[in-house]
Write a protein that binds this ligand. Structure first.
Ligand code: MRU
Length: 354
């Protein structure tokens, strides 16, 4: 499966097709997006998710706006702001919209240039992902050599594979590369409540790629680390500040704390487009998405007849608070794996990447 499919592509009519991630792992459906507002809706309702792919769909959404509004740059820019504000935390979304609008502003042929730029953004992500995979795999090899390991156990949180950034992901890219190099790897997959991106998406990716993995309840990582069952942690990121603080899926911070306490290397893999160079103190400055409390109360899965069902797991009337992300302070991070190199999570090292 991996390597043959992308999370999004343009069809022969110039419409955008995306894998509808809301139905995985039980159904593999494709949704067609024909307009800018379709792109906004798909980002908002989690048809597509993951920082990189959100940015790609946003870029393609601007191209779809150019198809709708032709040379009316003012209208495109007005509509683009709806896409730009469709989710608040992953900065790739804002980065992609701004880059597209910049190209459109300078263009004499809006439709042609918008389409070319959106395709370029996606193609660049493929290259970024590949480089992150190579650099991250070198770290895997070093840790194995240092600890004399025949097999490496890597813990990951949420989904940062090819469903989140084309074509190999960020956190999973070093793991896919390790498999290509014949390295024996096992992945501990945090289920990642409440939306279960680990249980639903990461496990699906790894299963299809024939990579040994085990799903664990979110609270298990600390216990595994105490018993030396985790050799390293790799996560993705939704926004990283100029000082190295990392916003990623809720629960990442707790894994970083446990990793620090147990001397387990904690790496974050990200493309440069995930840096927010305007911010420094992530806890104070990064907007954390609040999501519907239904995601806490209601779970979706297959019943014993194989039919898709939603069930409520909390008493009716109990309140839920659904924080989508948290911030891991730079001091807990061993290194940032980017397409331009592996650097420390600190201002000086990050500044050199710009
Ligand atoms: O709410 P989601 O599913 O969009 O959150 C995704 C994550 O937190 C990923 O770990 C992150 O986007 C990094 S992958 C490029």
């Amino acid at each position: 499966m991996q390597g043959k499919y992308r999370a999004l592509w343009l069809n022969e009519n110039g419409d955008l097709e995306v894998i509808d991630q809301r139905y995985l792992p039980h159904e593999n459906k494709v949704r067609v997006l024909k307009s800018g507002s379709d792109a906004t809706e798909a980002i908002k309702d989690m048809t597509v998710r993951g920082a990189g792919v959100i940015g790609n769909v946003a870029a393609m959404g601007i191209y779809l706006l150019a198809r709708e509004f032709g040379d009316d740059k003012k209208r495109i820019s007005q509509e683009a702001h709806k896409i730009r504000s469709s989710r608040p935390t992953a900065v790739n979304l804002m980065w992609a919209v701004d880059r597209m609008l910049d190209v459109i502003e300078k263009s004499d042929n809006v439709l042609v240039d918008a389409k070319a730029e959106a395709i370029l953004i996606c193609d660049e992500d493929v290259e970024r992902s590949k480089k992150i995979g190579h650099l991250g795999c070198e770290i895997i090899e070093k840790i194995m050599k240092k600890n004399n390991l025949k097999k490496i156990n890597i813990l990951t949180h949420c989904n940062a594979g090819w469903l989140a950034i084309i074509d190999d992901g960020t956190a999973l890219a070093p793991i896919y590369e390790a498999q290509r190099r014949g390295i024996d790897v096992h992945v501990w997959v945090d289920e990642t409540r409440p939306r279960n991106q680990g249980a639903n998406l990461t496990s699906w990716e790894l299963l299809n790629a024939n990579i040994d993995h085990t799903i664990i309840a979110d609270n298990t990582g600390g216990h595994l680390m105490q018993h030396e069952m985790v050799d390293m942690v790799i996560t993705g990121a939704d926004r990283v500040t100029a000082c190295g603080d990392v916003a990623n899926k809720i629960g990442t911070y707790l894994k970083a704390l446990a990793a620090k306490d147990n001397d387990v290397p904690f790496y974050v893999a990200l493309p440069l487009s995930t840096f927010d160079f305007e911010s420094c103190d992530g806890v104070q400055e990064i907007a954390i998405e609040m999501r519907s409390e239904d995601e806490i109360h209601i779970m979706r899965g297959l019943d014993s007849d194989g039919n898709s069902q939603e069930i409520r797991i909390t008493p009716k009337g109990t309140k839920g608070a659904n924080y989508g992300f948290d911030v891991t302070p730079a001091r807990l991070i061993t290194g940032l794996i980017t397409e331009s190199g592996v650097v420390g999570a600190n201002k000086n090292a990050i500044e050199r990447l710009r």
